[in-house]
Design a binder for this molecule. Sequence first.
Ligand code: NAP
Ligand code: MG
Length: 405
Amino acid sequence: MPKIEVKNPIVDISGDEMANVIWEKIKKELILPFLNIKLVTFDLGIINRDLTSDKITHDAAYAINKYKTGVKCATITPDDKRVKEYKLKKKYPSPNGTIRNIINGTIFREPIILKNIPKFVNHWNESVVIARHAFGDIYKSKEISINKKGRLFLRFESFDKKQIINEHIYDFSSPGVGLSYFNIDQSIKEFALSCFNFSLNRNIPLFLSTKNTILQKYDERFKKIFDDLYEKKYKKKFLQNNITYQHRLIDDMVACLMKWSGGFLWACKNYDGDVMSDLVAQGYGSLGLMTSVLLSPCGKILETEAAHGTITSHYLQHKNGLDTSTNPIASIFAWTRGLLHRSNLDKNKKLKTFAENLEKVCIETVQSGFMTKDLALMIGPDQKWINTNQLFQILSKKLNKLSNT
Ligand code: NAP
Ligand code: MG
């Protein structure tokens, strides 16, 4: 069987522990036998990050900007314990944070839905995709403790001193706390662009939630920036594609989330996205079925990964020569979603079909009863499970068969 030609490279970022063992298997058994593709590989394993003083992470991010498509394995974000374990020169920042800052995109979290895997929220039959505006708000706030009687202000002073705004907040007659935070139009606009582009790419409606009834300047700015962009740039395309954009109050939106059956993109402010992405992930059930996509404001640069970490507990078993039943599906979907993006950019139909087939094979395999332990446990004690190697054998066989027809 001839391999499918892929004209342009994709950036392949390898990582740590069990996730990396799975990553190498995906390449060797499910990608490279089928595609003639150039992988521009960066080893972001913690040892190499330390050797390069984290330069490799920056290089990888710039390469994604250059080649427009990257797929990333889970990596260790070192804490004090990891610094000791690997004798690291320093406690490096999260690679995901570094890459996000360079690509300047938005992260979209999306579950993979399998009919026979029970969900905590039974009627979520389609994905709820969460986009989190990961800039500003409480994450860049300043807080103070107040222990004396006195007056609290919010003050702005222009650099030329020509404008001074002093907003009186509260007169304290007993102890308390105060807080101030900010956001900037540019960042909100880039967030909005990423969201509109994601919606269009995937043909799903978009909802933005805020509390603009209370924050009539702050949250209203988010709404206005989204509304203006929609009117100017996206309305026509949305109507052509039969999808909608709407702003909703956050309280109304959480009620809809529980009522509806999924099938939409939810643009969340920073804190809401932090909380809601965990709530929604739990509602769908398994970390092993959650994917994560980073999309640039222009919609052209995309990086994908599984939402789970490096699965340390399974790696310890693996190192002791034991077979593990680790779920590779979210990592495989990182590859397929990356390949789909490449196929869209290059207008490569064969590549598109291949990526869709690989997703289909994963879904059909689990739905016909062959799955890893994490998923079997969700069905119940009578559900049989297989180990990762056995699952790969089935996937590879089915993919071969499908690719030959
Ligand atoms: P984790 O690697 O996601 O694993 C937590 C637990 O979830 C595992 O012990 C396992 O449970 C289960 N699990 C997760 N993925 C699974 C899969 N594919 N198949 C089967 N079970 C799965 O999170 P963590 O243990 O908190 O973090 C480990 C390391 O990953 C940390 O160093 C952290 O920095 C890093 N991390 C990286 C990323 C990233 O690169 N995006 C994200 C999160 C964490 P059982 O042990 O019960 O089987
Ligand atoms: Mg969180």
